[in-house]
Design a protein around this ligand. Sequence first.
Ligand SMILES: NC(=O)C1=CN([C@@H]2O[C@H](COP(=O)(O)OP(=O)(O)OC[C@H]3O[C@@H](n4cnc5c(N)ncnc54)[C@H](OP(=O)(O)O)[C@@H]3O)[C@@H](O)[C@H]2O)C=CC1
Ligand SMILES: O=C1O[C@H](COP(=O)(O)O)[C@@H](O)[C@H](O)[C@H]1O
Length: 501
Amino acid sequence: MQHHKRPPASILFIFGGSGDLNYRKLTPALYNLFLDEWMPEQFAIVGIGRTEYTSENYRAHLQEGISKFSRRKAEANGHYKEFFEHVNYLQLDAGDIESYQRIAEYVQTKEQEWGTHPNVIFYLAVAPQLVPSIAQELGTLNLCKDKSTTRIVIEKPFGHDLASAHELNDLLTGLFAEEQIFRIDHYLGKETVQNILALRFANALFEPVWNRHYIDHIQITAAESVGLEGRGGYYEHSGALRDMVQNHILQLMCMVAMEAPVSFDANEIRNKKVDVLNAIRPIKKEDVHESAVRGQYGDGWMKGKQVTGYRQEKGVDPLSNTETYAAVKFYVDNWRWQGVPFYVRTGKLMHQKSTHITIQFKDAPTFAFPSEAAESWRSNRLTISIQPEMDIRIRFQAKRPGQTMTLDPVNMTFNYEGSDDHTPEAYETLLLDVMEGDATLFMRADQVEAAWKVIMPILETWEHRSPQDFPNYVPDSWGPEDADALIARDGHSWINLPPTR
Ligand SMILES: NC(=O)C1=CN([C@@H]2O[C@H](COP(=O)(O)OP(=O)(O)OC[C@H]3O[C@@H](n4cnc5c(N)ncnc54)[C@H](OP(=O)(O)O)[C@@H]3O)[C@@H](O)[C@H]2O)C=CC1
Ligand SMILES: O=C1O[C@H](COP(=O)(O)O)[C@@H](O)[C@H](O)[C@H]1O
């Protein structure tokens, strides 16, 4: 039974319809939206690529992707046929200017068939070098002049550095209005990431202590246990800082550090986030070695399986200077956060997949208990686990039952109810938002550029430093020793979360 308002009639053109992202993420997400009755009453999905497919072959290919990657894959259901009636394939070379007319014709046909002017969404799931020319051609189509119904979705990476991101923004904003441009950062679509806003701004409990007076430091970890997964060609020109810190991690940091929005209007939220990025203290190039650590994994063993080193991966230079691990210490120079370090880290082939944020509170001002009562009284800690655990834990001291005053740290945990099967995937949320025209969870032009600005000094320093010590960490570890030293210099250590399940 449907209890919600569906988006208006929509056509989604997916450039890269024959590619990996569509196969693994986009179509499974659209299918789940369809099962949950979130797809519009009238919709069409058109995959675009050069590969030759009949409609049947194309649908069979995507059905295989759903059965492998949809959160609903275990469900026996009879809805494939209904769903795939809405799915078609347009064999088209994006470099062929004439072929764009076929897109306009397709829209006209649907308009007549449905008796309404639909949303027209262009999802660019293609390599970044194709984005400018496709955007250019789409921008000249008459139908893109309709700002309220035509949208363009740009996948990451958004630029390679500040200059190229700026150039891309210039091109896009010259062709489309800002409200038509949806720059994806899929972390913003994750349920647990959105919950950071709920935790902070729907409760009065945390705000009084959410500042430099009570918080000692903050840690953000996005550790991956996977390696390159066949994406060596891309990753070799990216590295951990571009791939994870510039976008996902800085966005998490914004959500933790931003001021309270006065409304949930897309621009209000994005204004508050960009304020954080603009307040991050610039790291001088000569200080990069004190604030940032990079790593690259060598060969070794991962959970009992032998794995090759990064430099032996397909598409990677045997003397590669690309980092597969990055840790950075940031400061946010504003009244709320002055003096509070934000330690962030990410890496491939780490010991455990774990994305979490830890707010470490300051010690109680004085300890009235006998000194033997507790091993350590630095206990108050709030942990927001993004994945694979999806919970919020508050750690505090409690008395151990018995005749002596002995204190132990205990956790109070909120766990998302139910199994992962019921939690929408990030791409489901984001695709639905695009159909609804809600850009809150998407990156605005100035946000992307502000984030690049933050990491440019580190990128430029690392690019010019020879990787003499690479590889410097083994698979199945927590990264290079220098990263431990980075945080130990301030008297702290990285917090690795034991799984709760
Ligand atoms: N895969 C993933 O998990 C993720 C991907 N991304 C981003 O998504 C984008 C796509 O990645 P991915 O799907 O992995 O890449 P793939 O290489 O798998 O797909 C590329 C797609 O581009 C199409 N294409 C290439 N040239 C042309 C052309 N001249 N005309 C029309 N279509 C063309 C290809 O179709 P054909 O060969 O049939 O022409 C194919 O469908 C990239 O920007 C990537 O960084 C972001 C996050 C995760
Ligand atoms: O954007 C990217 O994200 C993935 C990690 O995403 P997650 O949802 O699995 O946490 C990362 O593996 C990839 O290298 C990067 O491009």
